[in-house]
Design a protein around this ligand. Structure first.
Ligand SMILES: *Cc1c(COP(=O)(O)O)cnc(C)c1O
Length: 443
């Protein structure tokens, strides 16, 4: 006999809370000392520590060049510039991602073309890319969304066929693997956030990695004025402009971030390994429970979830007689996991910024002003993206393998799913919008 749901007065599945299992980032004396050293030296705006961090990060990533930034948003904007995205150009991007993957394209005079996501990976659907390509398409931005490695093989094949650059946004998946190889090494360039909410957490910051010298030089030229000089630039056509940043931006990383980055990098792989062990244990406990399914690659694929940033589960209401994810998550919250909410990032193509907003005073929507065709027509319907809010819910992001703690949380999900018939009675259904533009709650 199943236990009574906490929603109806039964005992909660989560009886013992454990702050430590969720705490992130892990900050030790070593991080503190590193920050104090920068502070005491008055080296906050220098680049000595940052250069060291870049060198170590590039080595760890397995690429030739790394360039650190004040934010992931800046790194991604620069990656676009480095790929020669400019006035009138189109960039293909999944609609379901954080805005920092794409919104900066307006500032370069370009416009996004949104593609749909795959309902299992939640990453850009490789089958939904090719028909969106035009002679103005300069780049495809691939997001390894919520840690799941995007299907890079077919994406690279399409990009090579049309001679289009690929930018990987690795903000959710630092250190993750696709078929045994690190994400961030497939595209022409990768850029990512390293802000403190991400699995690779330094404070505010971002980083760009590439094997391509021209891309690296263009990235320096755009927003790293202090390095845009004879000593550091090889690309000849950039040389007449050395000294001032071509973008008019100042994007170097704060050294209190890069110094934390150096310490975090030393422990990153082992900490992620423990996260993966904990998260996989959670999902293994729920294997076969109706209505809920892990968002993770098959075990034998050689792919993994990196640091499992912002983990979500897939929802299958058809296995629960149509129970809404709204009602399901309410029951899980009542069981003691307050961080269970429906949805993730809402589909960007539905936001006014990408439909009606005139950001720069063109006298028409920027989306149109920056393009040579009405690209809004291309994303009139992206069926998976548009229902993403009803397809996923947040799950606990365990940082430590503590089986007895994890088992309670798994039980919360199991109870809600197995008792779904009782939940059907007062199911209010889903509201018109689930998820949000920029927040994740996991506690
Ligand atoms: C966080 C994030 C960014 C932006 O990074 P910031 O460091 O916050 O500027 C870009 N893309 C994705 C997918 C992100 O999650």
């Amino acid at each position: 006999m199943a236990e009574k749901l906490a929603l109806f007065g039964g005992p909660k599945a989560v009886q013992h809370e454990d702050e430590d299992v969720f705490k992130w980032p892990i900050i030790t004396k070593e991080d503190e000392e590193a920050v104090l050293d920068v502070l005491r030296r008055g080296a906050m705006s220098d680049t000595d520590v940052t250069r060291q961090f870049e060198k170590e990060f590039a080595e760890w990533q397995g690429v030739k060049y790394a360039l650190a930034f004040s934010s992931g948003t800046a790194a991604i904007q620069t990656a676009m510039y480095a790929c020669k995205v400019g006035v009138g150009d189109e960039v293909i991007c999944p609609s379901v991602t954080y805005w920092g993957s794409i919104a900066q394209v307006y500032s370069l005079g370009g416009t996004p073309v949104f593609a749909d996501i795959d309902p299992h990976t939640l990453c850009i659907n490789p089958k939904d890319i090719e028909h969106r390509i035009s002679e103005r398409t300069k780049a495809i931005i691939v997001v390894h969304y919520l840690g799941y490695p995007a299907d890079m093989d077919p994406i690279m094949e399409i990009a090579r066929k049309y001679n289009i650059k690929v930018i990987e946004d690795v903000s959710h998946a630092q250190g993750g693997l696709y078929k045994g190889r690190k994400v961030g090494t497939f595209g022409d360039v990768a850029a990512m956030s390293l802000m403190s909410g991400k699995s690779f957490a330094t404070g505010e910051g971002g980083i760009l990695v590439t094997n391509d010298r021209e891309i690296y030089d263009r990235a320096i030229a755009f927003g790293h004025y202090e390095r845009f000089n004879e000593k550091e630039i090889e690309t000849g056509y950039l040389k007449p402009y050395m000294g001032l940043p071509l973008g008019g931006y100042k994007y170097r990383m704060h050294q209190m971030s890069s110094t934390v980055g150096r310490v975090q990098l030393k422990y990153y792989d082992e900490r992620c390994e423990e996260i993966r062990k904990a998260m996989n244990y959670f999902w293994d406990l729920l294997d076969g429970v109706p209505g809920i399914k892990a968002h993770r690659p098959p075990e034998d694929s050689g792919s993994n979830m990196g640091g499992w940033y912002a983990p979500h589960g897939l929802y299958r209401p058809e296995e629960l007689e149509g129970l809404s994810v709204t009602r399901f998550t309410e029951a899980v919250r009542a069981e003691g996991f307050k961080g269970c909410h429906p949805g993730c990032n809402a589909a960007l193509h539905t936001h006014a910024l990408f439909n009606t907003c005139d950001v720069y005073g063109h006298g028409k929507p920027t989306r149109i002003a920056n393009a040579s065709r009405d690209v809004r027509e291309l994303d009139a319907s992206l069926p998976v993206s548009e229902k993403i809010g009803t397809m996923v819910y947040s799950i606990p992001w365990f940082k430590h393998y503590k089986p007895e703690i994890i088992e309670q949380y798994a039980k919360a999900f199991r109870k809600a799913a197995e008792n779904y018939k009782e939940l059907l009675k007062d199911d209010p259904g889903n509201p018109p919008m689930l998820g949000g533009w920029h927040f994740f709650r996991h506690r």
